[in-house]
Design a binder for this molecule. Structure first.
Ligand SMILES: *Cc1c(COP(=O)(O)O)cnc(C)c1O
Length: 417
């Protein structure tokens, strides 16, 4: 293998050294994968998924049976009343945006309890000014930071007692920050607290990167509405784009009206050939997430061995598929990303460079030699070019190919030039 992929003996030795210790972790990942595959198959059985559901609609998209069954399957998996799973959602960020606009009205208050939200939401909320932001429509926003990588329970309780909060947003995955991602246990604790004080407050979860990493999903522990991207975990590497949102019928109907138009809502929106890919994608997703996690565990163990700061450590609890790597300098960050690109199936011969990206403040370097543009369930690595030069590594559709990408990246990192 070493010669075929072109890596040094030194890199291969580090790989062999960490193998025994990561195999214990793989067993735990396999156990969760087994459970989530059962959960997924149970949804396919109960929803009577059939070959006719691979058909598509065009135009308005009335009576799209395939689209409806995709949404039933998603709702079933999440233990939700209803789901919207649409190609008309451009991305996870767009789905989050449409959900905010669906739930909030002028003078309402939106509160983030996981500090400043993901970069692409700054202009949506109006943290960074934009004439089309929630703020421009008179929607108020406030945030409470995390403390020691956990919710600030006392401050949240106090705030919810004193203010009428319409929507609370919780971002589970770390985004481009240095904090840890938030486990389902912590999510359960904070949902209970909020619902005790203010049962009418809507708890909305940004679930990007967390799906199928644990045995439970947010609605099972008290969230009202959950949003994510289909070019991450649940697209299973097959969805070409899209987003999903799951929750109560009442809330999801509002999101439908915000996505299309009042009066037609979720009843319109052609699937345009996505139904089979969405079904096969969610079918593959538990296994693909497990493979991404194994790729991440390998990278974590090898990079720790080399003295880099990694989070989570290879044997720490997994909440999402993201690994943060502290490189400390620009060159190492860029070298690693170049190595990942060179170990990708698509565009392995090109070299990524940091560029300005819409929705992000700093220049970003992105290694994504992927079948679907920007897909981060496929092996990908990116990071904003700012102190302390952290890379965010995620994905790997199969462990065996993810491993090749990791070995190439580490080889590039430790080579002298
Ligand atoms: C990726 C991500 C998003 C946005 O999803 P896109 O599909 O890239 O727009 C939002 N929140 C978090 C935490 C993410 O990781």
């Amino acid at each position: 293998m070493k010669d075929l992929i072109g890596i040094s003996s030194k890199t291969y030795e580090i790989y062999e050294k960490v193998l025994p210790k990561i195999s214990e972790e793989f067993k735990q990942i396999d156990n969760i994968c087994e459970y989530n595959n059962a959960k997924m198959m149970n949804a396919f059985f109960d929803c009577h998924v059939s070959e006719t559901h691979f058909n598509m609609t065009t135009g308005y998209g009335y009576n799209d049976l395939g689209r409806d069954v995709v949404e039933e399957v998603f709702a079933h998996i999440f233990r939700a009343e209803k789901a919207l799973v649409r190609t008309q959602f451009v991305s996870g960020s767009h789905t989050l945006c449409k959900t905010f606009f669906a739930l909030l009205r002028p003078n309402d208050l939106l509160l983030s309890i996981t500090g400043t939200p993901y970069d692409t939401l700054h202009e949506v909320i109006g943290i960074k000014s934009n004439p089309s932001s929630l703020k421009s429509f008179g929607i108020n926003y406030d945030e409470i930071a995390l403390v020691n990588d956990d919710f600030d329970y006392d401050k949240i309780a106090d705030y919810v007692k004193k203010h009428q909060v319409k929507v609370i947003e919780i971002q589970r995955s770390k985004g481009y920050s240095t904090r840890k991602s938030l486990s389902i246990v912590k999510l359960e604790k904070v949902c209970k607290l909020i619902k005790q004080i203010s049962p009418e407050t809507i708890i909305m979860v940004d679930n990007c990167y967390c799906e199928f990493v644990s045995e439970k999903e947010p609605i099972e522990v008290g969230a009202d509405i959950v949003v994510g991207s289909l070019i991450k975990n649940l697209g299973g590497g097959l969805a070409n784009n899209g987003g999903y949102v799951v929750g109560s019928k009442e809330l999801i109907d509002l999101v439908g009206e915000s996505l299309t138009l009042p009066g037609e809502g979720a009843d319109v929106g052609p699937s345009l050939g996505a139904n089979k890919l969405f079904l096969q994608g969610i079918f593959m997703a538990p296994t693909i997430v497990a493979n991404a996690l194994k790729t991440s565990v390998l990278a974590s163990a090898m990079l720790e061995e080399l003295g880099y700061m990694v989070s989570p450590l290879y044997n720490e609890e997994k909440v999402d598929i993201v690994l943060t790597i502290g490189f400390g300098n620009e060159k190492a960050l860029i070298d690693f990303c170049k190595g990942i690109q060179s170990g990708s199936p698509i565009d392995s011969y090109v070299s990524p460079v940091p560029v300005s990206t819409p929705g992000y403040t700093d220049k970003v370097i992105m290694a994504a030699g992927t079948f679907v543009q920007g897909s981060s369930i496929e092996l990908s690595c990116d990071g904003p070019i700012r102190e302390p030069y952290i890379a965010y590594l995620q994905g790997g559709l199969t462990y065996d190919t993810g491993k090749i990408g990791i070995l190439k990246a580490i080889d590039r990192l430790i080579s002298d030039d």
